[in-house]
Design a protein around this ligand. Structure first.
Ligand SMILES: [Zn+2]
Length: 91
């Protein structure tokens, strides 16, 4: 993870909470699985309730990178967080 990614992850963990238990995520709990210029696939694991999920975050590359993360994408995804989406990765 480069410093740009690390900063983005820090920003995300400050704004997104576990939809199951409300616990904040830690930067160590968020992994960048893959990213294209405008989309990142992230995985998150909650330390408290052990929920697992994937997040597709859209990045607007023409604006300041940290503020460009679409937190609404996280929220939309996390509403449907079902705790076991690992199979999607293998599809
Ligand atoms: Zn949780």
């Amino acid at each position: 993870m480069n410093s740009w990614e690390a900063a983005a992850v820090r920003r995300l963990v400050n704004t997104v909470r576990c939809p199951r238990c409300g616990q904040a995520f830690h930067a160590d709990d968020v992994g960048v699985l893959d990213h294209r210029p405008d989309e990142w696939l992230l995985d998150v694991v909650c330390r408290t309730c052990e929920s697992y999920g994937l997040v597709l975050a859209e990045i607007e590359t023409d604006t300041a990178p940290i503020d460009a993360l679409e937190v609404d994408e996280w929220r939309r995804f996390l509403r449907d967080f079902d705790g076991d989406l690992r199979d999607l990765l293998r599809a």
